[in-house]
Each structure stands twice: as C-alpha cells, then as structure tokens.
Design a protein around this ligand. Structure first.
Ligand code: DX5
Ligand code: ZN
Length: 217
C-alpha cells in the first residue's frame, strides 16, 4: 500500500518545506497541467528538476498534458521515479512507455473517468503502473467517483492472470473513507492532495495508510 501526497494541494511558494512535511509518504505526486489537456495550468520541467534535488522521497509525475510523446521523456531524464501519461493524449503508448523505462523511470498510463480500460488490459506488461482517475483531471478537492471502481477489478484480474506486479493507482477525492472503497476494489497506490495537506500531513498519511491496510483481503 503506497500513499502518494499530491503537492497540488501544498503551498506553492514553499515546496521545499512542503515536501519535508510528507517525508513519511512513499512518493510525492507531481501534477503537471498544460491548460490544453485540462483547463488548468500548474508547473513544468524546471520545477520538477529542482524538486527532485530537495525532495526526501522520489517523484511520481502525472502528466495531464497534450503530446506526452514529446514531453514525457524529459521528466524521466530529470530523475522522476515514475512518469504517467494519459491514454487520451498519447499517440504511441507502448513506444513511449518503452522509452521511459529505457531512461530508467517507471512507466504509467492514466485514464480519465469516462475512458474504458479494456483496450489497455492486453498491454499491461508494457507498464509499471496504471492510474485510474477517480475525478475529472484538472483540479484538486473534487469528490471521488465510485463509478470508476469496476476498472480496478478488471485491472487486478488481468494483472494476477499474467502474474504482473503492476501498481494500480487511484487519484482524486481520496480520503480516509474513500480509500477503503478503492483498496477493496483492488488499488494499492493512493494519491491524496487535499486530505493530506488540509490537516497535519504526517498524521493524515498514517491514517490513510492504516485505513488502506486494514481493508486488504
Ligand atoms: C487532479 C490531480 C490530482 C489532485 C488530487 O487532476 O491529478 O492529483 O491533486 O487532489 P485531491 O486529493 O484533492 O482530490
Ligand atoms: Zn494527479
């Protein structure tokens, strides 16, 4: 069970201090938005390069951008532990995943709530992680969409059928309550923005972890 706090909910002028407050988490989730793929704009590669130098935990980069085929490798070269691009935006998902792995990053593919997962099940060996969005990408603080949960079941089945250790990640509206639903559905990696940074991050991380672990079969 991995807890990845999203710094989208952190104080944007104090990222070094903010990542220091989540040192007990597994990875820091970094949301890259380009105001094209999603109607919001965050930060880009120079910020990630700098964050990489000061973060006590590795970076989990989530690219909500058009043309990831062009931009994603740069984030892997910057040292991101994992780089996830969107299925709806990529031209050559397998080619890009192979390139990311070659550079040394874990390769991830993400799907929006309305995007079916079936076309990707046969491609699972090409990915280290799959991100099932549990809100419409673009903004923090939205409500968890339980309607996305069947995708986790399909992914979990496909992964265990082929004996693959692919991480199944959820992102959006994850709280101490909804994390239980996602864990029961098959997720093992949880992104949480507002629920971590709203309170005392270390306590929130511990509570989320305990809730997820208590509900594993
Ligand atoms: C949304 C982002 C999420 C966001 C989650 O587009 O991908 O990572 O930070 O925020 P919360 O946990 O507040 O829903
Ligand atoms: Zn995200």
């Amino acid at each position: 069970m991995r807890i990845n706090p999203s710094i989208l909910a952190a104080d944007f002028v104090n990222f070094e201090r903010e990542v220091g407050r989540i040192a007990t988490a597994d990875l820091v989730h970094v949301d890259i938005m380009d105001n094209h793929f999603v109607p919001n704009l965050t930060f880009g590669l120079p910020m990630v390069e700098r964050l990489q130098q000061v973060s006590p935990i590795p970076l989990d980069v989530h690219l909500m951008i058009d043309d990831p085929d062009r931009w994603a490798p740069g984030f892997a070269e910057a040292g991101a532990f994992s780089v996830t691009f969107h299925a709806e935006a990529v031209r050559d998902a397998v080619g890009l995943a192979r390139k990311l792995r070659e550079i040394g990053a874990r390769a991830g593919i993400a799907v929006k709530p309305g995007t079916p997962i079936e076309p990707y099940l046969d491609l699972l060996p090409e990915f280290d992680q799959v991100l099932v969005m549990t809100v419409e990408p673009g903004f923090g603080g939205q409500s968890f969409l339980e309607s996305t949960m069947p995708k986790l079941g399909l992914l979990r089945q496909a992964a265990s059928r082929s004996g693959l250790d692919v991480w199944l990640q959820v992102d959006g509206g994850v709280t101490v309550d909804t994390i239980v639903i996602a864990a029961e559905a098959g997720a093992d990696t949880f992104v949480a923005g507002s629920s971590v940074f709203r309170g005392e991050p270390a306590e929130q991380i511990a509570e989320l972890r305990a809730a997820a672990e208590a509900h594993v079969h």
